[in-house]
Write a protein that binds this ligand. Structure first.
Ligand SMILES: O=C(O)C1=C[C@@H](OP(=O)(O)O)[C@@H](O)[C@H](O)C1
Ligand SMILES: C=C(OP(=O)(O)O)C(=O)O
Length: 415
């Protein structure tokens, strides 16, 4: 049995940074993720004049309920969509100021329009400097009164998370009616974390799709960041593929992240899964069944399953994952391209991929600068020696030490 310690959750760290920055008092984040996305978020906060003091496994953030300490700033959001969507929203709540946001070429391609349209509806002066609905943008803030919004979050739940977290920073609060929602479990993370920082959102409507966010701001709190469940998927998949037993500590029945449900997919394929409140164990004899599975709620783990799929005894069909086409790359096509390069038969549709059993041959993975493409095919690499990557370093987005950690893990499980 191998016990694995996974670095902190990107999603939880990003939210904790936002909430701590907006709260009254000083918050300490325990074991935040240290990666390009979260360092970029913290750097953006510092540029807005927030005080972020970093120790090895603790970040202390002095909250500023009145908003940024500066009235002008230029912020580079790197590749991180949480940074690129959450930080302009935080800045928009300032009493006054003009803030310019830009991002990498990859992030500039990713959409933002439903969020920026919602901010405009709330009275924020927001200009897209190049393409409408994309970075770079200029936000001129003058305080937000609040009120009613209708939001389509069918492309990204991050639009809704940003607006929910904005709610308590408005004068009168927000009432958001959501017409469509992808990646729904991320909203549960947002609501639970807002609660930890002192804000209770009420949810109603025929489909639980109306969110009422009270005004009044956040309260600082010490906050322990749980390990990243999307990152854990590579280790769980590795156990399922190689017939090992792997336990991830710090992620169990009490975890906030929906991506932990990836183990249910492995269970359906034949792996054995055990959970305690604080750990999850996957064990497998190494044989896996084909399945049809809808991954709309947990699509960051779609590439993990795609990389595992050729080894199943029947086809693996993954549905409900159209929004993976607007992530770091078009993940449906990137998975199909790399699997085909390995000699595997793959079909794709607008929001699905079907992968047939086969014997992958080694190839150079075309990563498209996407951390998850590299980390996923590292799982395939456990059974296919000779796989290489055109851009192995892109794992820095969420797990800079991935290659060392995965190699060490592979060595341990080989003993
Ligand atoms: O809110 C978050 O922290 C995230 C939400 C998801 O995005 P979408 O809602 O765009 O699918 C997920 O893919 C991303 O990695 C992190
Ligand atoms: C989609 C991802 O990231 P983000 O949207 O936060 O950039 C991811 O980490 O897989």
């Amino acid at each position: 049995m191998t016990v694995i310690h996974i670095p902190g959750s990107k999603s939880v760290t990003a939210r904790a940074l936002f909430l701590a920055a907006a709260a009254k008092g000083t918050s300490t984040l325990v074991r935040p993720l240290r990666s390009d996305d979260t360092e970029g978020f913290a750097e953006g906060l510092a540029r807005l004049g927030y005080d972020v003091a970093k120790e090895a496994d603790r970040w202390h953030i002095e909250g500023r309920p009145a908003g940024p300490a500066v009235t002008e700033a230029d912020i580079y959001c790197r590749d991180g969509a949480t940074t690129a969507r959450f930080l302009p929203t935080l800045a928009a709540a300032a009493a006054s100021g003009t803030y310019r946001f830009d991002a990498s070429a990859q992030m500039r391609r990713r959409p933002l329009a439903p969020l920026t349209e919602a901010l405009r509806t709330l009275g924020v002066e927001l200009r897209h400097e190049a393409a409408e609905g994309h970075h770079p943008l200029r936000v001129t803030a003058s305080g937000i009164k609040g009120g009613e919004l209708t939001l389509d979050a069918g492309e990204s739940s991050q639009y809704l998370t940003a607006l929910l977290m904005l709610g308590p920073l408005t004068a009168e609060g927000l009432r958001i009616t959501v017409t469509d929602l992808v990646s729904a479990p991320y909203i549960e993370i947002t609501l639970a974390m807002m609660r930890s920082f002192g804000v209770e959102v009420t949810r109603g409507g025929h489909d639980d799709n109306v969110f009422t966010v009270p005004p009044g701001g956040y309260r600082a709190t010490p906050y322990a960041i749980e390990p990243d469940a999307s990152t854990a998927s590579y280790f769980f998949a590795a156990a399922a593929l190689t017939g090992q037993e792997v336990t991830v500590v710090g992620l169990g029945k009490d975890a906030l992240q929906g991506d932990l449900r990836f183990v249910d997919v492995l269970r359906r394929m034949g792996a054995e899964v055990r959970s305690t409140p604080d750990s999850t164990t996957v064990r497998s004899g190494g044989t896996l069944r084909g399945i049809t599975v809808n991954m709309r709620d947990i699509s960051d783990t779609m590439p993990t399953l795609a990389a595992l799929a050729p080894f199943a005894s029947g086809p693996v069909r993954i549905e409900g994952v159209g929004n993976t086409r607007v992530k770091e790359c078009d993940r449906l096509e990137a998975c199909a391209q790399n699997l085909r390069k390995m000699g595997i038969t793959v079909e794709t549709g607008p929001d699905w991929i079907q992968i047939h059993p086969g014997t992958p041959r080694p190839t150079e993975i075309v990563s498209h600068g996407d951390h998850r493409i590299v980390m996923s095919f590292a799982v395939t690499g456990l059974r296919v020696p000779g796989i290489t990557y055109d851009d192995p370093g892109c794992v820095r987005k969420t797990f800079p030490q991935f290659h060392e950690a995965f190699a060490e893990f592979a060595e341990l499980t080989n003993r």
